[in-house]
Design a protein around this ligand. Structure first.
Ligand SMILES: NC(=O)c1ccc[n+]([C@@H]2O[C@H](COP(=O)([O-])OP(=O)(O)OC[C@H]3O[C@@H](n4cnc5c(N)ncnc54)[C@H](OP(=O)(O)O)[C@@H]3O)[C@@H](O)[C@H]2O)c1
Length: 326
């Protein structure tokens, strides 16, 4: 047994339902690896889970991703050694801690080109961008893309990477103060979602051309009007619900709006087995090494400041990623 500090919640609700407790961590089971975290990632899904929008059995930990050093090995683990630098993003909730046992097949070794802080802030969001621009649609040079929340965590990575592939990206943000971050990520123009006629503003920005793909993780507030921004036979990707769950869409509406395609994908099935996860991670690490994906850490919080970190994210005060240090 080794003692650790871990964020836990016994009920769903506001940020202050979370608290940090000390507890004993058992030795790693066969096939598991004990990882001493040096950096922990924050993702918007953590808020949905804290609120019970995506309910978890209680009491529960939170957090999907972290990076650190291998501290101990369970029986039967091969290919990983004590002292290796590793990261993960798909091992179930519970990353908000300084020490955790993780199944070995959920870990990826970190190359020297990727720091622990970069891995913990980029892996979940970067792997999301990876499947969105490789699998959901294979982004091509000259594609016109509309990326909502282009100054956000996934939004900035998606914009940078798609731009590096030669696509043209118009972004949206929820406040003019995030405009510069969206432009710095590569957007050719940025539409303010507070404009009641933002789809028209998008078309004005593109000279009337509609998008090959609309990437929409805002959901409730935007999805229906995102359909107006997609070109005939274009794709609308509803991959999140930052403003609330997206409304149901009548298939007939997709016909009327131009024989559109609509999908609701998730990062987890795209990385379900170890070989695919590590191949996708290698693609992300290559994009990082080439400078196509960079880290933008907008806020740093200790584990003890986790309540404040969630408040800042929910109040949309932070552009870029949030890093939590144990
Ligand atoms: N399906 C998947 O595989 C997958 C994987 C990872 C993340 N996601 C989703 O992708 C989205 C982005 O995740 P992230 O971690 O990178 O978060 P984020 O973009 O850094 O933060 C969410 C952003 O949503 C925007 N937003 C719009 N309406 C909002 C509202 N009513 N309340 C709060 N924020 C609102 C805000 O940007 P503005 O102020 O600029 O509008 C905010 O910065 C989330 O919906 C997340 O669940 C999906």
């Amino acid at each position: 047994m080794t003692s650790r500090r871990v964020v836990t919640l016994a009920e769903f609700g506001r940020p202050d339902v979370m608290s940090v407790v000390s507890e004993e961590l058992p030795v790693p089971m066969p096939g598991e690896v004990r990882v001493r975290h040096s950096a922990i990632g924050f993702n918007f899904i953590d808020i949905y889970q804290r609120k019970g929008i995506y309910p978890l059995p209680l009491p529960t930990g939170l957090g999907f991703e972290a990076a650190g050093v291998v501290d101990a090995l369970g029986a039967g683990v091969t290919g990983i050694r004590t002292g290796d630098r590793v990261a993960y993003m798909n091992a179930g909730v519970g990353a908000y801690t300084d020490l955790r046992n993780v199944p070995a097949d959920k870990l990826v070794a970190l190359p020297d080109t990727v720091s622990d802080a970069a891995a913990a802030t980029l892996l979940f969001k970067g792997m999301t961008a990876q499947y969105l621009l490789r699998k959901t649609h294979a982004v091509q040079a000259n594609d016109l893309l509309l990326v909502h929340s282009a100054a956000g965590g996934v939004g900035q990575i998606l914009t940078r990477w798609a731009t590096a592939l030669g696509a043209t990206v118009v972004g949206t943000t929820g406040s003019p103060r995030k405009r510069e971050a969206a432009l710095a990520a590569g957007c050719v123009d940025v539409v303010d979602l507070n404009d009641p006629d933002w789809p028209q503003a998008f078309l004005a920005a593109t000279g009337g051309r509609k998008a090959r793909v609309v990437y929409d993780a805002v959901g409730k507030d935007t999805l229906i009007r995102s359909l107006d921004c997609a070109a005939p036979f274009g794709l609308v990707v509803c991959y999140g619900a930052s403003s609330g769950k997206a409304p149901a869409v009548d298939p007939e509406l997709l016909n009327k709006k131009g024989c559109l395609f609509l999908t609701r994908p998730s990062v987890f099935p795209h990385n379900a087995d170890a070989a695919t996860f590590r191949a996708n991670a290698a693609d992300l690490f290559d994009a990082i090494a080439r400078g196509h994906v960079t880290v933008d850490i907008g806020g740093r919080f200790s584990l003890e400041e986790i309540v404040e970190a969630h408040r800042a994210a929910e109040e949309r005060r932070i552009g870029g990623a949030i890093l939590i240090t144990p």
